[in-house]
Design a protein around this ligand. Structure first.
Ligand SMILES: CC(C)(COP(=O)(O)OP(=O)(O)OC[C@H]1O[C@@H](n2cnc3c(N)ncnc32)[C@H](O)[C@@H]1OP(=O)(O)O)[C@@H](O)C(=O)NCCC(=O)NCCS
Length: 190
């Protein structure tokens, strides 16, 4: 891990557990990461992201980007819900600006459009595109290979080849961008 470049990240413990951060991860200094959060290699976390792994766990897979203003949280275990709802985000996922991901499970190569809300118990399969502003209600399953849009979200159509290819390309673009930010070094105010 680039400890020198991570020194100004705001990470906080909850019940003694600190976030676990992989190699070559970029976290903007205005983001807040609390508790049981695991970031795999090459993840990027952009300004004003708030991620709280307190009453359950958050895991984020390799090369995934979480864009500005996004909120990540989870649901506690209870008698009616022994596992609660953890948040798991797979590899090569793009989470656009100002999304809300709560207690849901996302696979790989997914694009979550700006401002989307994904609620507890949702499962998003691999290779899915979620339009900007969509609301995905609790426990819904979004099927692999489709575009979903709307509030509440509906299956719109099969992805075009260009869109399916863009899912991976978007993650590559963000890995390159965060590498530039890491190379730039300190984010101190001037
Ligand atoms: C959904 C999306 C992929 C466009 O898909 P598309 O099939 O090319 O859609 P079109 O622009 O041809 O519009 C088709 C219809 O869908 C509607 N539409 C487009 N985007 C929509 C959205 N996000 N939610 C609901 N409806 C949407 C259009 O208004 C249009 O409706 P109409 O037929 O009644 O006029 C795009 O609008 C989108 O939401 N992209 C997400 C971008 C993003 O957030 N990226 C992450 C940040 S980097």
């Amino acid at each position: 891990m680039n400890k020198d470049k991570l020194s100004n990240i705001i990470t906080r413990s909850y019940r003694g557990v600190f976030p676990n951060i992989g190699n070559n991860v970029y976290v903007d200094s205005s983001a807040v990461l609390v508790g049981d959060i695991t970031l795999a290699d090459d993840v990027s976390i952009w300004p004003l992201v708030a991620a709280r792994g307190d009453v359950n766990t958050i895991t984020i897979g390799a090369r995934t980007n979480i864009q500005d203003g996004t909120v990540l949280h989870v649901t506690r275990k209870s008698s009616g819900s022994p596992d609660g709802n953890l948040l798991a985000i797979g590899e090569d996922v793009t989470v656009g600006h100002k999304c809300m991901l709560h207690g849901c499970v996302l696979g790989n190569r997914i694009l979550v459009g700006m401002g989307a809300i994904i609620m507890d118990g949702v499962i998003v399969e691999d290779d899915v595109f979620i339009g900007a502003g969509s609301l995905v209600p609790p426990n819904k399953v979004l099927k692999s290979g489709y575009l979903y849009v709307g509030n509440p979200v509906k299956q719109a159509r099969l992805l075009k080849d260009s869109e399916a290819n863009f899912l991976k390309q978007s993650a590559i673009n963000y890995v390159e961008l965060k590498n530039e930010y890491l190379e730039q070094g300190s984010q101190e105010n001037i």
